[in-house]
Design a protein around this ligand. Structure first.
Ligand code: SF4
Ligand code: SF4
Length: 701
């Protein structure tokens, strides 16, 4: 029980603390409100409720780093419990007779019986232990073990204050928790004048060491509760704003499909300065836990000395920029271009738009969307882009494809077929096959394209293609930031679709699949779109295709392409097909949602300049080989040598991984094949061979 003078001092302190806290909150809210309008949010209360439940059970952090997440769970529940414990402590300090110790004695409120008090004491005591353990672990991880996952590569643009700022924030909060919880435990120990309490095991242990002390009770109360008055305003100025902002941010997170980018603003599209970003993505920086989970999964970050992109550094730099401009004395920082303050131009052009960072983020941040917005503005401002990309974009504008091929050549492969391939713009078809650039023009992939046509034909599918009327779908053009060219391509394709009569679109290329399915509806094109794996699986299930030769002589692993898998959840059909074919299937550690990008997306395949260090595709091939190695003896017959295959379902993957097998010197150990080749072999069609040397391999990082 506090003395009168103590109560007055506490109330004054609480008022000052609340003043600083509300000033901090107002500064943050004002800053967020300066952002541009975000896409309209629907059912906000329901979304916030869902996010609240996800946060309560800490569901989103378990997408990665399971062990660290379990420790964080202890920390989270400990702090949550302590919010209530602190309230009780304040009541004990202020309300005469309100004491919940002594096994239920001295009650101001008789309805709180001994069982309730004992349960409260037991939970508070155990949670104190859990909190002290968790926080000590976190402290050791950052300051003694120096976990590399919490650092950034030297070539990543980082605000000079980040390293010391993060260390200071962590140290202050860690020390606060240790003092806050430790002092409370000690305060409880000092009260146990009748000895050990079985419902307070840790406090009882401390009582055995420190004994009973009235002065100790007061000192412990002030250390425990008084500290809160300092930490509350500090939180609004530190990285720990995520305590309160993260649940809100998660509740307001992207609602449109993963594969749909926000349309840029009509006036001054793209983002040059921080408040050119939508308010929601300004909010992202306050929600950021600065955990680097997004950096862990970024294919542009994994190689030492490689690309200088870190999605977490982007969010953290945004946060520091805003802090300097709003809480500090540098409002002019808001007028420093993002490419000088939060992400380097080279990093901007390193993103493969794989979506892994957004998927893994526990608080619903979208660093990738910021990058696309920054690209949009860089292009408008005349930034000199990579020459390979420049050529691709020019060809897309004039030819409708990125491969500098004449439009009329698009359907050349179809005219070489032994059966007629319908022109869907001239006669009605059930399935309009959107073939895509790589599958239409690349000599290394055309044999597979022909095999798809043969399988469709054999399965009795009524299909046609649009020949020269098809243009590139624009998926990667949009992700490069060329919104105008994207809209031009959409317009061309929409005009072609307008000429055709069809029920469903089927695509060979996951990138086309994504934009046709998710983005064409923004332009009035609402179609049923399927990837060819789904269409072929249906033909098997309907008995229109049958497996004649089981492929037991193959041991295979499967790579989920980002735009089929992570973006659109197309995980099942390829795996079901592999099962039907009878191959021995081993899953790589990074699979499905957690698949690793091949490095070709977001325009990377067009780039002429190759980044130093290991490429994502090379890393993936090594992962596949190590998976095969570990599977020997676990499954299958170790003495029987099966051919090891790396199976893809994206024409770009075929190019990227065939190249990676060569550059990693693994020819002969593993072979890259499109799933279509296996299906062709299983149903008795001759498997096409790949003329791998037919054309120079485009470089991509
Ligand atoms: S989208 Fe992929 S490549 Fe781009 S920043 Fe995120 S993780 Fe990295
Ligand atoms: S953006 Fe998300 S995943 Fe990345 S550091 Fe911040 S909270 Fe972690």
């Amino acid at each position: 029980m506090l003395t009168t003078i103590e109560k007055i001092i506490f109330i004054l302190l609480a008022l000052v603390s609340a003043g600083f806290f509300f000033h901090g909150v107002k500064t943050i809210v004002d800053s967020i409100r300066k952002g541009r309008p975000a896409p309209e949010l629907k059912n906000v209360p329901a979304s916030l409720l869902k996010a609240g439940i996800a946060v309560l059970f800490q569901q989103t952090i378990f997408k990665a780093r399971k062990w660290i997440s379990a420790i964080h769970l202890g920390l989270f529940f400990g702090l949550l419990t302590y919010a209530f414990v602190n309230l009780v402590d304040v009541l004990e300090g202020f309300v005469p007779g309100f004491e919940l110790v002594y096994g239920g004695k001295n009650l101001a409120f008789p309805f709180l019986g001994a069982p309730i008090i004992n349960a409260f004491n037991l939970i508070a005591d155990l949670m104190s232990g859990a909190l002290l353990f968790s926080i000590t672990f976190m402290l050791a991880r950052r300051f003694f073990v120096k976990d590399k996952a919490l650092t950034y590569r030297d070539n990543v643009l980082l605000n000079p204050k980040v390293i010391s700022g993060q260390a200071r924030d962590s140290l202050i909060v860690d020390i606060f928790v240790i003092m806050h919880v430790g002092a409370r435990l000690l305060g409880q120990a000092y009260r146990l004048d009748s000895g050990a309490d079985p419902f307070m095991p840790i406090a009882s242990f401390l009582n055995g060491i420190f004994g009973v002390s009235e002065t100790g009770i007061h000192a412990a109360w002030w250390i425990s509760i008084g500290w809160v008055m300092f930490i509350v305003p500090y939180i609004t100025r530190s990285k720990h704003t995520h305590f309160s902002v993260a649940p809100i941010n998660l509740g307001l997170a992207k609602q449109n499909p993963r594969g749909q980018l926000d349309t840029p603003a009509k006036v001054d599209p793209g983002a040059k300065f921080i408040h050119d970003l939508s308010w929601k993505r300004v909010l992202d920086s306050y929600a950021c836990v600065q955990c680097n989970r997004c950096q862990d999964v970024c294919p542009a970050n994994f190689a030492e000395g490689g690309r200088p992109l870190s999605p977490s550094a982007l969010e953290v730099n945004k946060r520091y920029l805003l802090k300097e401009a709003t809480f500090g004395s540098h409002p002019d920082r808001l007028l420093v271009p993002l490419t000088e303050s939060v992400i380097s131009p080279e990093a901007v052009w390193s993103c493969t738009t794989c979506y892994a960072c957004v998927r893994v983020c526990p608080v619903g941040n979208e660093p990738m969307a910021d990058i696309v917005d920054i690209r949009r503005r860089m292009l408008i401002d005349g930034y000199e882009i990579d020459s390979g990309m420049q050529n691709a974009l020019q060809s897309l504008a004039t030819n409708g494809n990125w491969m500098s091929k004449g439009k009329r050549l698009r359907g050349k492969w179809a005219k070489e077929m032994e059966f007629p391939v319908k022109n869907a713009t001239e006669e009605p078809v059930e399935h309009l096959w959107f073939v895509g650039d790589t599958a239409s023009f690349d000599e290394r992939v055309i044999p597979n394209t022909k095999m798809v046509a043969r399988l469709f034909n054999q399965g009795g599918l009524d299909f046609g293609i649009m020949y020269q009327n098809e243009s590139n779908s624009g998926n990667d053009v949009r992700r490069v930031g060329e919104e105008g060219l994207f809209e031009q391509l959409v317009e061309q394709n929409m005009a072609a679709f307008g000429k055709a009569q069809f029920k469903q679109i089927v695509t060979t290329d996951p990138h086309s699949f994504n934009t046709l399915k998710n983005e064409y509806p923004q332009f009035g094109g609402t179609f049923e779109v399927k990837h060819y794996t789904v269409t072929l699986l249906k033909l098997f299930e309907e008995g229109k295709l049958t497996v004649k030769n089981k492929l037991t002589h193959y041991k295979v692993t499967f790579h989920d392409p980002c735009y089929l898998g992570r973006y659109n959840g197309g995980f099942t059909a390829p795996r079901k097909l592999l099962e039907l074919l009878g191959v021995e299937f081993v899953e790589m550690p990074r699979n499905c949602e957690n698949s690793f990008c091949c490095g070709a997306g977001g325009g990377q395949i067009w780039m002429g300049k190759v980044a130093p260090g290991e490429r994502p595709a090379e890393n993936r091939i090594k992962e596949a080989l190590s998976t095969f190695e570990k599977s020997v003896g676990r499954i299958g017959n170790p003495t029987y040598q099966q051919k090891q295959l790396f199976i893809v379902t994206c024409p770009k993957d075929m190019i990227m991984y065939s190249d990676a097998v060569k550059t990693t010197g693994n020819e002969g150990k593993i072979e890259v094949r499109d799933l279509i080749q296996l299906i062709a072999e299983a149903v008795g069609l001759e498997a096409p061979t790949m003329p791998l040397e037919a054309e120079a391999v485009p470089s991509a990082a």
